[in-house]
Design a protein around this ligand. Structure first.
Ligand code: DX5
Ligand code: ZN
Length: 215
């Protein structure tokens, strides 16, 4: 089958010990670090920004994947690119000039992703897909960790899979139980926050990847 990538979301990690937390997930097979940016505007929560991204990039050899849950994402693209992150994804619902924003991310030297909220149909991406490197499908409403997986997500991933061969990342409510469902539907990159950091991160990351790979 396709190569499955485990991407721990540090939203559920201990922010005072980020480097150690990421190393633990790496010991469990993590290959990407998912970095959630929230602005208390597009979503009702507030997290971290470019300075923390820069520190994290220096502290780990895993690539850092920035998920911008914010209005006016263009403003912060140069700072995140300067921080050395590998990829930046923006919400279709927040980017008024989505095509331009994706192009700016690529011109800054990063991979560009489009994020879809649970209520946004994949068909809205038809004319933006050529400008993107990957698509991030939200399987919960963005803003918080620890929410339950929305059961329609695999069908949505299947529909998107018919539209594109680009990598599909999934974010929200991913566990050893839900991971096989999204992999069978065509997803490659699995973001998991609470399911990884609820216990010993290496063990939990490994449990999710084993379940996903035997799907
Ligand atoms: C939610 C964030 C997610 C979050 C996922 O808005 O984008 O990355 O950390 O957390 P879990 O895996 O607990 O649903
Ligand atoms: Zn996220």
């Amino acid at each position: 089958g396709e190569r499955i990538v485990g991407a721990p979301s540090i939203l559920s990690a201990d922010f005072a010990h980020l480097a150690e937390e990421v190393e633990r997930t790496k010991a469990g097979g993590a290959e990407l670090v998912h970095f959630d940016v929230m602005d208390n505007h597009f979503v009702p929560n507030l997290t971290i920004g470019p300075p923390v991204a820069a520190s994290l990039v220096r502290a780990t050899d895993l690539p850092v994947d920035v998920h911008l849950m914010m209005d006016n994402p263009d403003n912060l693209i140069p700072a995140f690119a300067e921080a050395g992150v590998a990829s930046i994804s923006v919400h279709q619902e927040a980017a008024v000039h989505l095509h331009r924003t994706l192009t700016r991310i690529q011109e800054a030297g990063c991979e560009a992703g489009i994020v879809l909220n649970p209520a946004t149909p994949p068909e809205t991406l038809e004319w933006a897909l050529p400008a993107a490197d990957f698509v991030l499908v939200m399987s919960v409403n963005p803003g918080f960790g620890g929410q339950s997986f929305i059961p329609e997500t695999p069908e949505k991933i299947r529909r998107l899979r018919e539209m594109t061969d680009k990598p599909i990342e999934v974010d929200g409510g991913i566990t050893a139980e839900t991971a096989p469902l999204v992999v069978e539907a065509g997803a490659q990159v699995l973001v998991a926050g609470s399911a990884v950091f609820k216990g010993e991160p290496a063990e939990e990351m490994r449990r999710i990847l084993d379940a996903a790979r035997s799907a």
